[in-house]
Design a protein around this ligand. Structure first.
Ligand SMILES: [Zn+2]
Length: 390
């Protein structure tokens, strides 16, 4: 356990001194030193000199200067891929917190999964080439998809409502096409991983990441571990019923959260009273300019998301709800409404310490999570630690 935590700390937070590991792991200095010797002998960790002016570099012990510990593979770049409903993002990075270059491209929302995968492979090749690298020099790639993924087999649930991806194994396909190991997960799970490891949820053992965009999904972190359910389908918040007499949802049920709070619903509501067709960016800008109708639909959406979270918060007593997705400048308004509804409707003892905050990585949380998964080389099984716990 402590061995894995040390490796995960170095892979997500970057280089660290022994003292920093002692503070983060709550272990004794001698236990950490023994572990470091083991990891060094196995060739997993190397010691690099600290810069002379670093405060961490100084030690009182007879002037001996401890080195910085670094994962050996840390110097090998990684690739992150986030496949969304209408946009794909690809990044090449030295570490999840040090992105070297990034490409974003809109995609036709009706195109086949095969076509999208071809496009992503092409984008990845271009990105690697324009950074004067070869694919053989990339350690691994992480991939996020907008659908439940079986966390053991990497197969997209055949029952998924994202029909074009049903039953596919994109991890295997990307691995073959790019010639590097590929690790796939659901996009909201990856967003949760990013925020818990490096973003707005650092230090919280139990948190809920909510991604609000054309779809709505959640990533659940319980007791410091990402929970993906029996077959990878945990966190499908968008299909929690909000109104029993509501409109039909793409999943076949009635009155799901997505039918009242997704980007598609917000845009359509405002188009219905407007003379023109609108984009999501248009309606977010309308909120920023104080437009009354736009503010109204975002307030309603935020309150609906809040209601969908009341049971989760009463049952699981999270420390934080992190609001991510594609709502840009309107995310703060959504977060405030969610906080308000949760405070009013959940059990006080479950939510009195709860904070609802916008995601630190905004719409890029899934991409950063994909990079973390690439560096950690995925994690089989439904529960997996996301960060060392002090
Ligand atoms: Zn639904």
């Amino acid at each position: 356990m402590s061995r894995r935590l040390v490796l995960e700390y170095l892979s997500t937070k970057g280089d660290a001194t022994r003292s920093e590991l002692v503070a983060a792991m709550g272990m004794s200095f001698s236990a950490i030193s023994t572990l470091v010797i083991q990891l060094r002998d196995e060739g997993l960790v190397e010691e690099v000199p600290t810069s002379a002016d670093s405060g961490m570099a100084r030690t009182a012990r007879r002037g001996r200067r401890p080195g910085l510990l670094r994962l050996k593979e840390q110097s090998t770049p990684i690739l992150g891929i986030d496949i969304g409903h209408a946009v794909v993002r690809v990044a090449i990075a030295e570490s999840p917190s040090a992105i070297l270059d990034e490409a974003v491209q809109e995609i036709d929302t009706d195109q086949s999964a095969e076509r999208t995968m071809q496009l992503v492979v092409e984008l990845s090749r271009q990105l690697v080439a324009r950074n004067s690298l070869a694919l053989e020099e990339i350690a691994a790639c992480g991939v996020g998809v907008p659908s439940p993924v079986d966390s053991v087999t990497g197969v997209i649930d055949p029952q998924t409502i994202v029909h074009e991806w049903a039953g596919l194994s994109p991890g295997k396909e990307f691995s073959q096409a790019l010639g590097i190991p590929a690790f796939i997960d659901n996009d909201a799970n990856l967003g949760a991983l990013a925020e818990a490891t490096l973003g707005a949820g650092v230090g919280c053992r139990t948190q809920v990441f909510v991604k609000i965009g054309f779809g709505i999904g959640a990533g659940l972190i319980f007791g410091g571990s990402l929970y993906s359910g029996a077959n990878g389908a945990a966190g499908e918040l968008g299909h929690v019923q909000i109104r029993s007499d509501g409109v039909l949802c793409r999943c076949g049920a009635r009155g799901c959260l997505e039918t009242v709070a997704s980007a598609e619903h917000l845009v359509a509501s405002l188009e219905a009273i407007s003379e023109r067709s609108l984009s999501l960016a248009d309606v977010v800008a309308m909120v920023a300019s104080g437009d009354r109708a736009a503010t109204r639909v975002f307030v309603d959406a935020g309150r609906a998301v809040g209601r969908s979270l009341t049971s989760i918060c009463t049952l699981l007593n999270p420390e934080a709800v992190i609001v991510g997705g594609d709502m840009g400048g309107a995310t703060g308004l959504l977060a405030a409404q969610i906080q308000d509804v949760l405070t009013d409707n959940s059990l006080p003892s479950s939510v009195h310490n709860l904070r609802v905050v916008p995601a630190a990585f905004g719409p890029r949380a899934g991409l950063v999570g994909a990079l973390i998964n690439a560096r950690l080389r995925g994690r089989p099984g439904p529960m997996r630690p996301v960060q060392p716990l002090a």
